[in-house]
Design a protein around this ligand. Structure first.
Ligand code: AMP
Ligand code: MG
Length: 491
C-alpha cells in the first residue's frame, strides 16, 4: 500500500522534461530503487524555497520519501543520462551509473534546473558498482558546493542529503545516502563525446541546439552558430577556472564527464581547498601523477575543451581540415581569456580597481613569495586586507617587504583611498573557506549522528566575505603535525 502523499503541485514541484525529448541515444528511463529506512541528514530549506518548493510540506516523512527515491513525485519522468568521458586521459563510455534525473524544476524566478538524485540505485549504465553512495562523500558534496555558491562561484547546489538505512560496501562498510543535486543542467563535455563516438550526427546537432537554447540563448541563428557556442563555452570555462584559482580550489577529478557545459562546477569528489600555497597541490589519493594539481587546472580545462571541439568538428564544417582549423583558433583563445579573468580576480584581491600593465608581474611576485614560504593562501589575502598586519609582515620578511613596497606604490598610483581598497579586498578574498580539517571533523561527527559541527561549519561558510568576527576555529589551517591531506574518490 502506498501512503497518501500530497500531490506534486501542492508541494511545489513544477517539473518539465525537455531532456527526455532528446534522441533516445542520450538517456534511458529508470526509476529510483527504494531504500529501507530513509531519514534526512540535511534539508536545505533556503534552496528549497528558492526553487518554489513548499518547505513545510517537504520537511516531513513525505519529503524524505521523495529525496530518498522511495516516492517519485507526480509529474516526474525519471531517467539516467548517457555520456562518455576521458578519465585521467583515457576514453570510456559512462552514463549515470547511480544518478537519476527527476526532471527540470521551473523556479519562481523563471529558471529551469535539473533535480537529480545521486546514489538512487542502479541504472542501465551501471556496469560495476552498486548504484549507491556513502553518506560522507554526499555530505562533502553538500558542504563544498554550498560553500562555492556562497563564494559566488558557479556551481551545482545541494538540496538534501538523506541516509538510506542501508549499508554500502566500500573499503569499509558505510551508511548509504542519497544526495539531491540541483544543476542548471547535467550536460557535459562527455555528453557530446557520447554522441560523437556513436557517429550520430543528428543526436550531436540535437544536443548542440539544446545547449544553446538552455545555456547560451544569445548565440545567434546561422551557419556559424556551433562555433559561436564553442566560443561561449570556452569563455565560461576560462572564467570558472579563474574563479577556482582565485580561492585555491582544487577540483581533483577534471575528467571530461565532470566538465559541465553550463559553466558550473560539477561533481565534488576528491576536491579540496589549499591551505599552504603550492601550485603542485594534489589531494586525491588516486592522482599520483598530479594530472589534476592546482596549477594544472587551466591546462586541463583547455585539454578538455579540445576533446569537446573534436566531438563538435562535424558541426563546425563538413570539410574536416577546415573544421579543425576553425576549432584550433577558438581553442587557442582559452589561454588569454583565462589569464584575463585570473589577473582581474587577483587585482581585486589586491585592492586594485584599475587595469595596468605589469599587474600580472605583481601578482606573480606574490604567488612566488607564497610558493617559496608555503604561506597560507587564504590568510595571506586576509592579512593584505588589514594594512597594519601587512605592514608588520613586511617588516619581518625582507622578500615580502620588497613585494609589499611595490604593491603599495601601485596602490597609491590608483589615487583612491586605502579604505576603498580594503573594501574591495575584503569583497574579493574570502575570510572563511571549507578548511580540510574542519570538513573532516564535521563529516566524521555527522556519520556518528552528531550534526552540531556540520551545522556550525555550514553557518560559517554562508558568509565567507565577512572579515569581521571570523571564528578562530575556521580561520587557521590544520597543524602541520596532521600531515598532508588526502581525499578519496567520492563513491
Ligand atoms: P564520478 O567519479 O562520480 O564522476 O563517476 C564516474 C562514473 O562512475 C559515473 O558514470 C558514475 O555514475 C559511475 N559510478 C560511480 N560510483 C558508482 C556506483 N557506486 N555505482 C554505479 N556507478 C557508479
Ligand atoms: Mg561524474
Amino acid at each position: 500500500m502506498t501512503p497518501a502523499s500530497p500531490s506534486a503541485s501542492e508541494v511545489g514541484w513544477r517539473l518539465h522534461h525537455t531532456y527526455a525529448a532528446l534522441p533516445e541515444l542520450l538517456h534511458s528511463a529508470v526509476r529510483p530503487t527504494p531504500v529501507r529506512e530513509p531519514e534526512f541528514v540535511v534539508f536545505n530549506v533556503a534552496l528549497a524555497a528558492e526553487l518554489g518548493l513548499d518547505v513545510a510540506a517537504l520537511d516531513s516523512p513525505d519529503g524524505v520519501a521523495i529525496f530518498a527515491g522511495n516516492v517519485v513525485p507526480d509529474g516526474a519522468f525519471p531517467l539516467a543520462q548517457a555520456y562518455a568521458g576521458h578519465q585521467f586521459g583515457g576514453f570510456t563510455a559512462l552514463g549515470d551509473g547511480r544518478a537519476i534525473l527527476l526532471g527540470e524544476q521551473a523556479t519562481p524566478d523563471g529558471r529551469r534546473v535539473d533535480i537529480q538524485l545521486k546514489g538512487a540505485g542502479r541504472t542501465p549504465y551501471s556496469r560495476n558498482g552498486d548504484g549507491r553512495a556513502a553518506v560522507g562523500p554526499m555530505l562533502r558534496e553538500l558542504v563544498i558546493s554550498e560553500a562555492m555558491h556562497a563564494l559566488g562561484i558557479p556551481t551545482t547546489r545541494s538540496l538534501a542529503v538523506v541516509v538510506t538505512g542501508e549499508p554500502v560496501h566500500r573499503e569499509r562498510t558505510l551508511p548509504g545516502a542519497v544526495l539531491t543535486r540541483v544543476a542548471s543542467s547535467h550536460l557535459r563535455v562527455g555528453t557530446f563525446q557520447w554522441a560523437a563516438a556513436h557517429r550520430d550526427l543528428a543526436a550531436l546537432r540535437a544536443i548542440a541546439d539544446y545547449t544553446i537554447q538552455r545555456h547560451y540563448p544569445d548565440v545567434a541563428e546561422g551557419p556559424a552558430r556551433y562555433l559561436a557556442l564553442f566560443d561561449a563555452i570556452v569563455e565560461r570555462q576560462a572564467r570558472l577556472i579563474a574563479q577556482w584559482q582565485c580561492v585555491g580550489f582544487v577540483h581533483g577529478v577534471m575528467n571530461t564527464d565532470n566538465m559541465a557545459l553550463s559553466g558550473e562546477t560539477l561533481d565534488y569528489g576528491p576536491c579540496a581547498f589549499m591551505d599552504a600555497y603550492d601550485a603542485n597541490t594534489v589531494f586525491s589519493s588516486i592522482d599520483s601523477g598530479g594530472r589534476y594539481a592546482y596549477g594544472n587546472q587551466p591546462g586541463i580545462a583547455q585539454w578538455n575543451l579540445a576533446r569537446l571541439a573534436e566531438a563538435l568538428l562535424p558541426l563546425f564544417d563538413a570539410d574536416e581540415p577546415r573544421a579543425i582549423e576553425i576549432a584550433q583558433t577558438s581553442l587557442e583563445r582559452f589561454r588569454d581569456r583565462f589569464a584575463h579573468h585570473f589577473v582581474a580576480g587577483m587585482r581585486a584581491k589586491l585592492g586594485l580597481a584599475r587595469d595596468e600593465d605589469g599587474d600580472d608581474a605583481l601578482v606573480d611576485g606574490l604567488l612566488d613569495w607564497m610558493q617559496s614560504t608555503h604561506a597560507d593562501f587564504t590568510n595571506t589575502f586576509r592579512q593584505l586586507a588589514r594594512p597594519a598586519d601587512a605592514e608588520s609582515l613586511a617588516q619581518g620578511d625582507a622578500a615580502f617587504g620588497r613585494w609589499h613596497a611595490s604593491w603599495r606604490t601601485r596602490l597609491v598610483r590608483e589615487a583612491h583611498d586605502l579604505d576603498a581598497a580594503v573594501v574591495l579586498m575584503q569583497r574579493s578574498s574570502p575570510a572563511i573557506i571549507p578548511r580540510n580539517h574542519k570538513v573532516e571533523e564535521a563529516l566524521t561527527a555527522a556519520e556518528q549522528g552528531d550534526l552540531t559541527p556540520l551545522d556550525r561549519l555550514m553557518t560559517a561558510l554562508r558568509t565567507p566575505y565577512d572579515h569581521h568576527d571570523v571564528p578562530p576555529e575556521f580561520a587557521s589551517p590544520a597543524s602541520a603535525s596532521d600531515g598532508p591531506y588526502r581525499t578519496f574518490c567520492g563513491t
